[in-house]
Design a protein around this ligand. Structure first.
Ligand code: SF4
Length: 108
């Protein structure tokens, strides 16, 4: 085996390690991403960043005085991060607005 072959293999292994490390990184990046109101799960659950904009005819769970109290920031699935946004397990811990709402709301 030539010395240059060894270097090549070492370089290849280093590159492979970097790729593995890099491929793990986007998961945490994705976890910090804000949920878009337009994405499929959000649409299916009626998620909006501003709960006051929820169509209560379509989503009667949020109708009335009791429904109006439902916000992401008092939902059992919300993990506050202190800036008005928090992780939600429905969205793989991606960020939803504390003042938001979806039909999966659960009392904390
Ligand atoms: S499950 Fe709770 S925290 Fe998550 S989007 Fe719905 S209301 Fe907000």
């Amino acid at each position: 085996m030539k010395n240059s072959d060894t270097i090549s293999r070492r370089t290849l292994l280093t590159a492979a390690g970097a790729i593995i490390a890099t491929s793990a990184f986007p998961r945490s990046t994705v976890a910090a991403d804000k949920v878009s109101e337009d994405e499929a799960t959000a649409v299916a659950l009626g998620y909006l960043h501003d709960a006051t904009q929820v169509d209560t005819n379509k989503w009667p769970k949020r109708a009335g005085a009791e429904g109006a109290k439902q916000l992401c920031n008092n939902c059992a699935l919300y993990v506050d991060q202190g800036d008005g946004w928090g992780g939600c397990s429905i969205f793989q811990n991606r960020l939803v607005a504390g003042e938001g709402w979806c039909n999966a709301w659960v009392a904390a």
